[in-house]
Design a protein around this ligand. Structure first.
Ligand code: 13P
Ligand code: SF4
Length: 304
């Protein structure tokens, strides 16, 4: 049953003609009131399809809300806590991308959606963890500048004959960096029957032990379609919450401490406040939004 705050939010949502999008890492109470939950690609696609709503409340991190704005410049995009930034997205600036292009003029630039709008505007195409290989393979160029996640770059390199050059050299997600091969071995010993699902933002030695390497949306689909009864989930801890809303199968977080503090800045109180005060508004300068939109739309074309 929904609590009072959740009911208030649903009422306000109706009054304001708003929609709530939430990334799979949000807390249970936020997931319960979201109109749509998903991984980065699913949220981009959903944002591109929004019709008949005036306000989008984005319970995710900065680059996700910016992407929603880039695809919906006529709508009010709100983020409940302005401090919800993805540290990885801040590891690659537009200037870094321009410098890499100068150094490798024949290369295509593929950027992970976990980048800020200014960097996106410098990309040929974007990708997410669920379509990165497909995006790279869709390009004519054999040399690919890929950033900012070095581990996702490594994953793509395992699945393509093209040459992948990570930019910057050490871009990473602090949450997925927490997992070690030792954690995986201990979990496998404790739950020998469980399938091991690992996110491609994890280090290569952790990915090498996985049964499946998947985006968060891919993990949910795998749990629903697999014959296995239990799963070790190698990503942010609330992915197990997301799966529990769709399935009774047993999910075990690889590490209880794997919490994205940035995603968790959003709370029900802040979502309610965001709807009442219509804050905090996310925008992107027109020219940057126009150039970034091309790269986002090109990715969506390749992925749908
Ligand atoms: P996906 O949900 O696209 O797998 O990405 C995980 C992530 O870390 C988003 O910031
Ligand atoms: Fe960024 Fe990692 Fe948090 Fe995702 S989990 S938002 S990549 S810090």
């Amino acid at each position: 049953m929904l609590n009072q705050l959740q009911r208030d939010i649903l009422r306000l949502k109706k009054e304001k003609n708003a929609i709530i999008l939430a990334h799979n890492y949000q807390s249970r109470e936020i997931q319960e009131i979201a109109d749509f939950k998903g991984d980065s690609l699913e949220l981009c696609i959903e944002a591109s399809r929004i019709e008949g709503k005036d306000i989008v409340v984005f319970c995710g991190v900065d680059f996700m809300a910016e992407t929603a704005y880039i695809l919906n410049p006529d709508k009010k995009i709100l983020i409940p806590d302005r401090g919800a930034e993805c540290p990885m997205a801040h590891m690659l600036s537009a200037e870094d991308v321009k410098m890499a292009r100068k150094r490798y003029p024949d290369a295509a630039v593929v950027l992970y959606v976990n980048t800020l709008a200014e960097a996106k505007a410098e990309a040929d195409i974007l990708c997410t963890s669920s379509n990165a290989v497909r995006v790279v393979e869709s390009l004519d160029e054999d040399l690919i500048l890929f950033g900012p996640d070095r581990n996702l770059a490594w994953y793509v390199q395992q699945h393509t004959d093209k040459t992948i050059i990570p930019i910057p050299e050490e871009g990473h997600c602090y949450v997925h960096k927490m997992f070690t091969a030792g954690d995986v071995m201990a979990a496998k010993e404790k739950y020998p029957e469980a399938e091991l699902l690992i996110h491609p933002e994890c280090d290569p030695e952790v990915q090498e032990l996985a049964d499946h390497i998947l985006s968060t949306g891919g993990m949910l689909r795998r749990v629903l379609e697999s014959d296995a009864k239990s799963f070790i989930i190698g990503t942010e801890v609330d992915m197990t919450t997301r799966i529990s809303l769709e399935s009774d199968k047993k999910t075990i977080p690889l590490l209880e401490e794997a919490i994205c503090e940035n995603m968790k800045l959003h709370t029900l109180e802040k979502v309610k406040n965001s709807l009442i005060k219509e804050e905090f508004v996310v925008t992107v300068p027109d020219e940057i939004a126009r150039r970034a939109r091309r790269a986002v739309e090109r990715m969506i074309e390749v992925s749908t």
